[in-house]
Design a protein around this ligand. Structure first.
Ligand code: GLN
Length: 316
């Protein structure tokens, strides 16, 4: 898009993109490990962009909340990076205990973790997010509250916690528990497995809408400054690093495909949402619950591809 494009052009184009992307959801599958995901309406579809002035371009189910699931890993990392920026020791700890390489493995894989002595490849896979949460548990008075407050701030309103998701995730989190135990055995967890999982499950169960996710990612498109408030959430080089991690690791073992087909920093979650960043331009979000085999929203990926392609938004 160029600066001369009008809102009407963009809104009409978003509607066209929705028409193209929505039917492809039928090629995906709903996550089925908890009722909230299993029972979701597979036909829901929402796509939204918020520009740096706060103008919102929205199409479809953009005000219907869903659990943000793995998208929360971005917010947890941001909180940890804020802490790390204030204390050299925390910075060393953070980047000594979790890497920044794509995993090439599913988000909940245990295999690599065993091979690599309990140091997760990156903070966007489950094991990496558990380490980040462990660090938050050590350095925040109340990690859950501070994470929730950060999300509220980025959205500009209170987001809700889905207690049913908290409960269901607690009952089905055996693999996450296994990962946490494995890391504990390698000395890469300080707090108890239960305490770390409490933080992780809480962040996964925060609920947001497409509109709210698109608002929340804008600071990453704006050198770390929240355009709504002018507050520096992260210093510019740190905001860029979050984008780099989202681009290379945010969509699990499909990160290469996303870089190729979309070309934007993105983070997906198992509820079928994807949050994206268009540097200097927009916060973006899309939601369509059915997933492809790599755990990313099937229609969401198509929508982001169409959007980036038509508007020339790829960062490459
Ligand atoms: N709650 C999910 C899990 O821990 C989150 C994973 C995801 O969204 N990909 O397995």
């Amino acid at each position: 898009m160029t600066a001369t494009d009008t809102s009407n052009d963009l809104d009409a184009e978003l509607r066209q993109i929705a028409e193209i992307a929505r039917p492809t959801a039928r090629q995906g599958e709903l996550a089925d490990y908890i009722p909230a995901l299993r029972d979701e309406d597979p036909d829901c579809f929402g796509l939204g962009l918020v520009d740096m002035d706060g103008t919102e371009h929205m199409v479809g189910d953009v005000d219907r909340p869903f659990a943000i699931q793995s998208i929360s890993k971005v917010f947890a990392l941001v909180l940890a990076m804020q802490r790390a920026d204030r204390a050299e020791g925390v910075k060393k700890e953070l980047w000594g205990r979790v890497g920044v390489e794509p995993s090439g493995d599913p988000f909940n894989s245990l295999v690599q973790l065993e091979h690599e002595q309990g140091v997760p490849r990156n903070p966007m896979i489950n094991a990496g997010a558990l380490v980040v949460d462990d660090i938050l548990a050590d350095h925040c008075g109340d990690a859950r509250r501070e994470l929730h407050d950060l999300v509220n701030e980025l959205v500009g309103e209170e987001v809700a916690l889905d207690d049913k998701v908290v409960h269901a995730e607690g009952n089905t989190g055996s693999r996450n528990r296994a990962m946490a135990n494995l890391m504990l055995s390698f000395g890469n967890l300080d707090n108890s497995v239960d305490d770390v999982l409490d933080v992780y499950i809480y962040q996964c169960a925060l609920t947001m809408t497409v509109r709210q996710l698109a608002r929340a990612s804008r600071f990453l498109a704006n050198d770390g400054v929240d355009p709504a408030t002018g507050r520096q959430i992260l210093r510019p080089p740190l905001a860029r690093r979050v984008n780099a991690i989202m681009l290379t690791c945010g969509t699990y073992d499909a990160a290469g495909e996303f870089a190729f087909d979309v070309g934007l920093p993105c983070k997906s979650g198992v509820a079928g949402a994807i949050m994206g960043v268009v540097p200097d331009r927009y916060g973006v979000a899309v939601w369509s619950p059915p997933l492809d085999p790599s755990g990313n929203s099937r229609a969401g990926k198509v929508a982001l591809h169409e959007l980036a392609e038509r508007r020339g938004l790829s960062i490459f």
